[in-house]
Design a protein around this ligand. Structure first.
Ligand SMILES: C[S@@+](CC[C@H](N)C(=O)[O-])C[C@H]1O[C@@H](n2cnc3c(N)ncnc32)[C@H](O)[C@@H]1O
Length: 457
C-alpha cells in the first residue's frame, strides 16, 4: 500500500488515543503538538504520559476501551500493547468511517505518522509507507542535518511579504522572484537573524524585479547516460526551476519525473531515424518559450556538447541575447566505461582516448582511419551499431590488429545494461545473433581486456 502525504489540521479536533504505555506517550506528544483536542483511554497510564496529559489539560478515561468512544472522533490511534484490542479499535473505526492509526499494523491504518523534520512552520515528513520505519528515520536524519536550523524564520519572512509581492509583480513573475529570493543573500541574512539588512536587500530586489519585468532563460542540461543518480546537483536544481522541459529520447523517465509537477513536459524525440521534432524547430521552441519569459530546461542525454548538437541549440539564443546556462553531463563514454569496468586510459594499455561518431553515410569514408589506428589509444564510437561491420573492416584495413578487443555496451549505466565482448574480427558476428537494443556504444582498444577483472555491475 502507498500512502499519499496529506497534511491535516488537527487543531481543536477531537482525537482519541487508546493506550497508556510508552508507545501511546510518543503518539500523544505528536497529537498534542498538532493541537488536537485529545482524550486518552486506558486502564493504566504510565507516569510520563500522565504528566504530559496534565500539562495539556487533556481528558483521561481510566477504563478499558469501549466501542462507543469512537463516535464523533476525527482520528483514533490504537496504541495499546494488546494486538486484539488494537484490532477491535480499528474495526470499530472502520465501521463508523473514522480515520484510524494502529501501531505496528499497517493493514489497520488509514493514517500513518511520518518521521518529521520540524522547522516550524516548515515541516518535512518522511514516510516509507509503513514498510521500513528505520529507513524513514535515516532519511529524516539526513534531511535534519542538511536543513538550516533557522529555515522557519525564512518561511515566516516570506509569508509576511507575499501579499506585497503579489501586488507589485505580474502573476507570472511572482514565483521566479521568490525563487531568486530563497537562493539569495536575503535568505542567508534572514536565517542568520540579520533582519534589518535582509529587509533592505529584499526591497532592493523587489524594486529591481519591478523595473526589469520578467526575463526568460534556457538551461541546456546534460542528463547523463541513463542512471538518474548520475545527474549533477546543478542539473537537478535548474531542472526543478523550469516552467517547460524539452527532453530527448535518451533522457530517462526517472529524470523527467524530477521536474516540477506543474512544468510543461515536451518530448522532442531525436532517435536516429525519428526526429519527432526537427532540429530547427527545437531551436525555435527554445527561443519562443524563453521570449515568453519562461525558464526552459533543455534536457539532453549525456553531455550536451558531445555529439549532442548543444552548440546549435544555444547559437540562436546567443544571437537573440536570451540568457542561457549550459550544465555538463556525464557523457556516454564515461558512464558506459565506468559501469563496464573498462578504464578509458590505463598506463599499461592506453595513453589517449578519442571519441568519434559512427553515424556515417553508408559508403562514406569520413574518418581518417589511419589516424584512428593506434594500439595505445582507446577509441570510443558513438552511434556505431549500424555501421559496426564497416567500422571494424576499415580499422583492420588501415592497420589495426583483427584481434584488438571491442566492447559493445548496450543501454549503459541503466538496469538493463548489457555488455558484448569480442574483437574487431568477431564482434559483428557475435551480436548478429543477439537481440541488441539502442543506445549502444563501442569501445575499441586494449583496455577492453580489463573488463574481465574490473567488472563490478
Ligand atoms: C546523439 S548521441 C548523444 C550523445 C550524448 N550527448 C552523450 O554525451 O552521451 C547518442 C549516442 O550516444 C550513445 N549513448 C548515449 N547513451 C548511451 C547509453 N546509456 N548506453 C550506450 N550508449 C549510449 C549511443 O551511441 C547513442 O547512439
Amino acid at each position: 500500500m502507498r500512502y499519499l502525504p496529506l497534511l491535516f489540521d488537527l487543531r481543536g479536533k477531537p482525537c482519541l488515543l487508546v493506550g497508556g504505555g510508552e508507545v501511546a506517550l510518543r503518539k500523544a506528544k505528536f497529537l498534542l503538538k498538532a493541537g488536537a483536542a485529545l482524550s486518552v483511554v486506558a486502564p493504566d497510564i504510565c507516569p510520563d504520559l500522565e504528566a504530559l496529559l496534565q500539562r495539556f489539560d487533556a481528558a483521561v478515561l481510566r477504563q478499558a476501551f469501549e466501542a462507543e468512544l469512537v463516535a464523533k472522533q476525527q482520528l483514533v490511534v490504537a496504541a495499546t500493547n494488546d494486538k486484539a484490542v488494537n484490532e477491535l479499535v480499528a474495526n470499530r473505526c472502520r465501521e463508523l468511517g473514522v480515520l484510524v492509526n494502529t501501531v505496528d499494523a499497517p493493514d489497520h491504518c488509514d493514517v500513518i505518522f511520518p518521521a518529521i523534520v520540524d522547522r516550524d512552520p516548515v515541516l518535512v515528513a518522511v514516510s516509507s509507507s509503513a514498510t521500513a520505519p528505520v529507513l524513514a528515520r535515516k532519511i529524516r536524519a539526513d534531511i535534519e542535518s542538511s536543513t538550516p536550523a533557522n529555515i522557519g524564520a525564512l518561511a515566516a519572512f516570506i509569508d509576511q511579504r507575499r501579499a506585497l509581492v503579489r501586488r507589485e509583480l505580474d502573476e507570472s513573475a511572482v514565483r521566479l522572484f521568490w525563487e531568486s529570493v530563497v537562493e539569495s543573500e536575503v535568505a542567508e541574512r534572514v536565517m542568520a537573524g540579520h533582519l534589518d539588512s535582509a529587509e533592505q536587500l529584499f526591497e532592493e530586489k523587489l524594486r529591481a524585479a519591478c523595473e526589469q519585468g520578467q526575463c526568460g532563460e534556457v538551461y541546456l542540461i546534460g542528463a547523463g547516460p541513463g542512471d538518474p543518480d548520475l545527474l549533477t546537483f546543478k542539473a537537478l536544481r535548474l531542472l526543478q526551476r523550469a516552467d517547460v522541459v524539452l527532453y530527448d529520447r535518451l533522457v530517462s523517465d526517472a529524470i523527467i519525473a524530477m521536474a516540477r509537477r506543474d512544468a510543461d513536459l515536451v518530448y522532442v524525440g531525436k532517435a536516429r531515424s525519428d526526429h519527432s521534432v526537427p532540429q530547427p524547430q527545437i531551436n525555435q521552441m527554445l527561443l519562443d518559450y524563453a521570449s515568453q519569459g519562461k525558464k526552459v530546461a533543455r534536457l539532453k542525454g549525456g553531455d550536451p556538447f558531445v555529439f549532442g548538437r548543444g552548440g546549435e541549440e544555444i547559437a540562436g539564443l546567443s544571437a537573440a541575447k536570451i540568457p542561457f546556462q549550459v550544465v555538463p553531463g556525464i557523457t556516454a563514454a564515461n558512464g558506459c566505461a565506468c559501469y563496464a569496468g573498462i578504464p578509458l586510459t590505463h598506463r599499461d594499455y592506453a595513453h589517449s582516448v578519442r571519441f568519434i561518431t559512427g553515424h556515417l553515410k553508408a559508403e562514406a569514408n569520413e574518418h581518417d582511419w589511419k589516424q584512428l589506428v593506434d594500439p595505445a589509444q582507446t577509441l570510443v564510437i558513438y552511434m556505431g551499431l549500424l555501421g559496426l561491420e564497416n567500422i571494424c573492416k576499415q580499422l583492420v584495413a588501415h592497420g589495426a590488429a583483427p584481434e584488438l578487443p571491442v566492447a559493445l555496451i548496450e543501454r549503459g549505466t541503466t538496469a538493463s545494461q548489457q555488455i558484448h565482448i569480442g574483437t574487431l574480427a568477431s564482434i559483428a558476428d557475435i551480436i548478429a545473433n543477439r537481440d541488441v537494443h539502442a543506445p549502444t556504444l563501442l569501445i575499441v582498444g586494449n583496455v577492453v581486456q580489463l573488463h574481465d577483472s574490473l567488472r563490478w555491475c
